[in-house]
Design a protein around this ligand. Structure first.
Ligand code: NAD
Length: 354
C-alpha cells in the first residue's frame, strides 16, 4: 500500500483528453493493488499563457516540486505560434526547474503493430531498446554560442563536466540491471575530445557493474545499426545532441507516434512522464486521439518513480492485449481495421483488460 501524489499537467490540444484517460487507468490500478493516488492538475503551455500570462506559472512549479511524480500531456498549437511568449518555453522551464538530466525513451515494437513500421517485420520483430539521453548539458547549453566577425564566423560550445557524464552513465547502468544487462555507450571518440572523456568515464563506471556488459559505438555507426539490426541493442546511453537525433530515429522503428512514452528523471526529486508526440491540434477535441502513449507514460511513471513493477507490467500487458484484439485509433489503423476506435473507447478497452 503506497500513498502517492501525482501532478497532472494536461497542457493543450489533445493533452486534456489523453491525460484524463491516464488518470482513469491509474485509478483502476490503485484500487486493484491497494494503493492511494491523489491527482492535482496544474497549468502549462498555451492554456497557462491564456490564464496567467506565463507558460509555466509559479503555482505549477510548486505543485510539481511537492508531488511524487509529474504526468504531462503536450503543449502548443497554432493559436500561440505568433506570440512572443511561447507554450514550449514552459516545457524547457519545467525540465530546468526539476533538474531533469536523464531522458528515457523506450522503443518497443508491439507485435500487432509491426506492419506500421517502414522496416521489414523480420528486422523489427522483438525490438526492445531503452535510449538514455543526457538532457541538460553539451552543445545545446554551452557558452559561448554566438556569431562573430560581422556574422562571418560562428561558434557553439560543447561543454560537459565529468560529474554530468558520470551521473547519466550510472543511470544507464542502473536501468540496464532492470533489463537485459547490456549498455551501448555512443560517442564520436575518433574525433571529439569530449567523446574521449565520455568513453573513459563509461569504462570507469563499468567497473562497478561487473554484471552489465558495456560496448562502445561511434554515433555514425549507431545510426546505421539502428535500422540494420536494432535487436542488438538493450540500453543506449549518449550525450545530448547525439541522443536527440538517435532517439527520433529509433522512435520511427515503431512507425507510430501515438504509441511512444518517455520519462525525464533527476536524482532526488519527482520525474516527469509524457508522450513523445505533440498536442495534435488537427484532431484536438474530436475524441480521435490515441491515448496509448500517455497511458504507457503513466506505466513508466509507476515503474521508475514508484517502483511498482507488477502494476506497470499490468498496464503494458493490457495495452498489448487491446492492440492484439485489433482495436485501432486513426493513427495506427491498417487494412484490417473496419471501424476506428474513439479515444474513450480505447481507454475503456485498456481498463477492461486490467
Ligand atoms: P504532433 O505530434 O502534435 O502531430 C503530428 C501528427 O501526428 C498530427 O497529424 C497529429 O494528428 C498526429 N498525432 C500526434 N499524436 C497523436 C495521437 N496521440 N493520436 C493520434 N494522432 C496523433 O506534432 P506537430 O503537429 O508537429 O505539433 C503540433 C503542436 O505540438 C506544435 O505546437 C508543437 O510545437 C507541439 N509539440 C509539443 C510537444 C510536447 O509537448 N512535448 C512535442 C512535439 C510538438
Amino acid at each position: 500500500m503506497a500513498n502517492k501524489k501525482i501532478a497532472v499537467l494536461p497542457g493543450d490540444g489533445i493533452g486534456q483528453e489523453i491525460a484524463d484517460g491516464a488518470i482513469k487507468v491509474l485509478e483502476v490500478i490503485a484500487k486493484r493493488f491497494g494503493h492511494s493516488f491523489t491527482f492535482e492538475k496544474g497549468l502549462i503551455g498555451g492554456c497557462a499563457i491564456d490564464q496567467t500570462g506565463s507558460p509555466l506559472p509559479e503555482e505549477t512549479i510548486a505543485l510539481c516540486k511537492n508531488s511524487d511524480a509529474v504526468l504531462m500531456g503536450a503543449v502548443g498549437g497554432p493559436k500561440w505560434d505568433l506570440g512572443t511568449v511561447r507554450p514550449e518555453q514552459g516545457l524547457l522551464a519545467i525540465r530546468k526547474e526539476l533538474n531533469l538530466f536523464a531522458n528515457l525513451r523506450p522503443v518497443t515494437v508491439f507485435k500487432s503493430l509491426q506492419q506500421a513500421s517502414t522496416l521489414k517485420e523480420e528486422v523489427i520483430d522483438g525490438v526492445d531498446i531503452l535510449i538514455v539521453r543526457e538532457l541538460t548539458g553539451g552543445l545545446y547549453f554551452g557558452k559561448p554560442s554566438e556569431r562573430r566577425e560581422n556574422g562571418q564566423v560562428v561558434v557553439d560550445t560543447l561543454y560537459y563536466t565529468k560529474e554530468e557524464m558520470e551521473r547519466i552513465i550510472k543511470k544507464a547502468f542502473d536501468l540496464a540491471r532492470l533489463r537485459n544487462k547490456k549498455v551501448t555507450s555512443v560517442d564520436k571518440a575518433n574525433v571529439l575530445e569530449s567523446s574521449r572523456m565520455w568513453r573513459e568515464t563509461a569504462n570507469e563506471i563499468a567497473k562497478d557493474y561487473p554484471d552489465v556488459e558495456l560496448n562502445h559505438m561511434l554515433v555514425d555507426n549507431c545510426a546505421m545499426q539502428l535500422v540494420r539490426d536494432p535487436r542488438q541493442f538493450d540500453v543506449i546511453v549518449t550525450e545530448n545532441l547525439f541522443g536527440d537525433i538517435l532517439s527520433d530515429e529509433a522512435a520511427m522503428l515503431t512507425g507510430s507516434l501515438g504509441m511512444l512514452p518517455s520519462a525525464s528523471l533527476t536524482d532526488n526529486g519527482p520525474g516527469l512522464y509524457e508522450p513523445v508526440h505533440g498536442s495534435a491540434p488537427d484532431i484536438a477535441g474530436q475524441n480521435k486521439a490515441n491515448p496509448l502513449a500517455m497511458i504507457l507514460s503513466s506505466a513508466m511513471m509507476i515503474r521508475y518513480s514508484f517502483e511498482m513493477l507488477e502494476e506497470a507490467d499490468k498496464i503494458e500487458q493490457a495495452v498489448s492485449e487491446v492492440l492484439a484484439n485489433g482495436l485501432r485509433t486513426g493513427d495506427i489503423a491498417d487494412d484490417k481495421t473496419k471501424s476506428l476506435a474513439t479515444t474513450d473507447e480505447m481507454i475503456e478497452a485498456v481498463i477492461s483488460h486490467l
